[in-house]
Design a protein around this ligand. Structure first.
Ligand code: NAD
Length: 314
């Protein structure tokens, strides 16, 4: 696969605008296509807002960055691209329509990566005549601040396309994982869903307030999980005996807890209770204000730990 220097971003909403900022910071030229009115202003505003965080994270240290331009059609954006990040709304007919539009203009080596959270690779491949260079590159929101990208390919994918996609994402500062077996939610969203299911269950049961359940996470395991994953942390939880000793010691405890985990559903009554609890916790601060606080903390956490992180990621 050739050097990736020209990127097309298709769909520039929440995810596409963030990808655009990251690609530009990494010195790539980006052509954006999004049919929404005012796309150019919104994307430029987003880039302006994101830039200081990208600099703080060391992701924009290479000078002024790439150039951004705006195309009138998806095919125009795709025609000169080495790499395409597709972020159109999560609806299969829309995704198929845009693949059908761009496929005839792609070069033989252009890689197309979909940000889809919930659609399967197999369903998306149905929109292609030849899906060899089509992969899933699922980011975590916002992609310019959260390193993770989950990669999915299958037997219809050219292995070289997957390797090149992985190498490209890693070159621009992402941390990638490969999904070996497709499952709804990939890996990270399933982990989130499992934890949130129990948080919701405990709120319904009145075990603690919504605020205190959230606090138990960010002041407890959440802080450790920002350092290492759950299995590694338990490897450290029983002294020199490592994970084997931990499992020997806590096997019955965990099996018992797992038997008692909740299985709630987000029905109207449950949602009402969660929203009331969240209104108490937010204390009048808007989601926009709280998002800015979250983003400042994400930057500060990663900046502070950058020099400690590298040996563990390798
Ligand atoms: P969004 O609604 O914020 O943005 C979608 C954008 O696509 C809009 O700006 C819309 O104008 C544009 N669009 C609509 N039709 C289009 C077309 N034919 N061609 C080009 N652009 C078109 O949605 P989002 O949250 O950015 O999600 C985009 C993709 O990213 C989805 O597949 C979603 O599953 C995935 N994703 C979302 C999140 C998240 O947290 N929001 C996280 C990871 C992945």
């Amino acid at each position: 696969m050739s050097q990736i220097s020209n990127i097309a971003v298709l769909g520039a909403g929440v995810i596409g605008a963030s990808w655009t900022a990251l690609f530009l910071a990494a010195g790539r030229d980006v052509t954006v296509y999004d049919p929404a009115p005012d796309t150019e202003r919104k994307v430029n505003d987003y880039i302006g807002t994101a830039w200081s965080a990208l600099e703080a994270l060391g992701l924009a240290s290479g000078g002024p960055g790439g150039r951004v331009s705006f195309a009138r059609t998806a095919a125009d954006a795709a025609a000169k691209a080495d790499f395409i990040q597709e972020n159109v709304p999560e609806r299969l007919p829309l995704k198929h329509a845009i693949y059908a539009e761009i496929e005839p203009v792609l070069s033989k080596t252009t890689i197309v990566s979909s940000s889809t959270s919930g659609l399967t690779l197999e369903a998306l491949q149905d929109g292609w005549n030849d899906p060899a260079n089509f992969v899933l590159g699922h980011p975590f929101n916002p992609p310019h601040l959260i390193p993770l990208v989950e990669l999915t390919a299958n037997e219809k994918t050219d292995p070289a396309a997957l390797d090149a996609t992985e190498a490209f994402y890693e070159a621009i500062g992402k941390v990638t994982i490969r999904i070996r077996k497709g499952m709804p939610g990939h890996v990270a969203n399933r982990l989130q869903a499992a934890v949130w299911r129990e948080a919701v269950f405990m709120a319904i049961e009145g075990v603690a307030s919504v605020e205190d359940i959230d606090k138990a996470m960010w002041a407890g395991p959440g802080l450790r999980w920002a350092a290492m994953g759950p299995t590694m942390l338990f490897h450290l939880g029983a002294g020199d005996g490592g994970l084997q000793a931990f499992c020997n010691h806590f096997r019955d405890t965990f099996n018992g807890w797992w038997d008692g985990l909740g299985d709630p559903r987000l029905d109207e009554a449950v949602i009402e209770k969660l929203v009331a609890g969240m209104n108490d916790q937010a204390r009048g601060h808007s989601p926009r204000d709280l998002s800015q606080q979250r983003d400042r903390m994400l930057v500060a956490l990663q900046t502070a730990t950058r020099s400690l992180r590298d040996p563990c990621v390798d």
